[in-house]
Design a protein around this ligand. Structure first.
Ligand code: ZN
Length: 297
């Protein structure tokens, strides 16, 4: 059995850090993760540099990442302008994103859900066949403004997304880390049974349920997961906010379950330590602090 892991710390992990992380440091992290065996990575985001200054150097980071053997580079894109930049820069996989809930979409993207959907639908149509697509659906399970998302409402929207393109990968994202494992399992199982094995799971560890949710999604048949080395993320000015489920914790769990990850444990720990030591980053995860897990490296 094999799992596909996509590393998101260079984007989701670094983005909330207040001070600008030097481009060289970002590139060094991407290289360390690749050296650990990572073959899929979200390296940045083509968004307005005024809105998110931390991602202003995504082009340079992408250029460096594209030099690495066998690495599939994803860049996040929320709109047509980002799409045009992604076409020009030549990303391997387009990372479209919007929120399943109106409240979060408005707060995060300053557009209604229907405006985002129409824009992204036209981008999906205009994406050349040579470019893969990942459609990220934020707040599929829980929204900071609207609370727990009813499963019927989530499936209704996923139905519309999946009809855009039969080959496109769709990530059900637990943006707030507040999903329950039973909820993740039900929704993932239902989505896969209706629309096939094209779903990925992206989760945060805010309430300590990150690994439980990954395990639940795996049991439900999901085989593609996002995670972030060092579990970095959150915001120093927002107490309690945390990053993605730590990649090294997910890898430890999958190895323990006899699932192949393709990663070198020793090098992954080194890369996770590197991510955790980025100034301003708030690290998460458990296994980096377990002596026996370190000794296994
Ligand atoms: Zn996220």
């Amino acid at each position: 059995m094999k799992v596909t892991l996509s590393e998101v710390s260079p984007r989701d992990g670094l983005q909330p850090i207040q001070g600008f992380v030097p481009t060289e440091q970002k590139i060094a992290l991407v290289r360390a993760l690749h050296a650990a065996g990572m073959r899929r990575m979200e390296v940045g985001s083509f968004v307005s540099p005024r809105a998110i200054p931390q991602m202003a150097d995504t082009r340079e980071v992408l250029e460096a990442a594209k030099q690495l053997d066998g690495l599939e580079c994803t860049v996040l894109v929320p709109n047509r302008r980002g799409f045009d930049t992604a076409l020009e820069a030549g990303v391997d996989r387009l990372g479209l994103f919007m929120s399943l809930t109106e409240g979060h979409n408005k707060a995060n993207l300053n557009r209604t859900r229907e405006e985002s959907f129409a824009d992204l639908a036209s981008i999906v149509r205009d994406t050349p066949d040579s470019m893969k697509i990942r459609f990220n659906l934020s707040c599929t399970f829980h929204c900071p403004f609207e609370g727990v998302v009813p499963e019927s409402a989530a499936l209704e929207f996923v139905e519309r997304i999946q009809s855009l393109n039969p080959r496109m990968e769709i990530a059900l994202c637990d943006t707030t880390g507040n999903a329950g494992p039973d909820q993740v399992a039900r929704l993932m199982r239902e989505a896969i049974s209706r629309w096939g094995s094209r779903f990925a799971f992206h989760g945060h560890d805010t309430y300590g349920m990150g690994l439980a949710n990954i395990a639940a999604a795996w049991e439900a048949g999901c085989r593609v997961f996002d995670a972030g080395s060092g579990g970095i993320g959150g915001c120093p000015y927002a107490p309690g906010a945390t990053g993605n489920t730590a990649m090294e914790d997910a890898v430890w769990m999958f190895r323990r379950m006899g699932v192949e990850t393709g990663l070198d444990w020793k090098r992954l720990l080194a890369a996770a330590d590197q991510a955790a030591s980025v100034p301003g980053a708030l690290p998460g995860g458990r296994v980096r602090g377990v002596p026996a897990a370190r000794a296994a490296a």
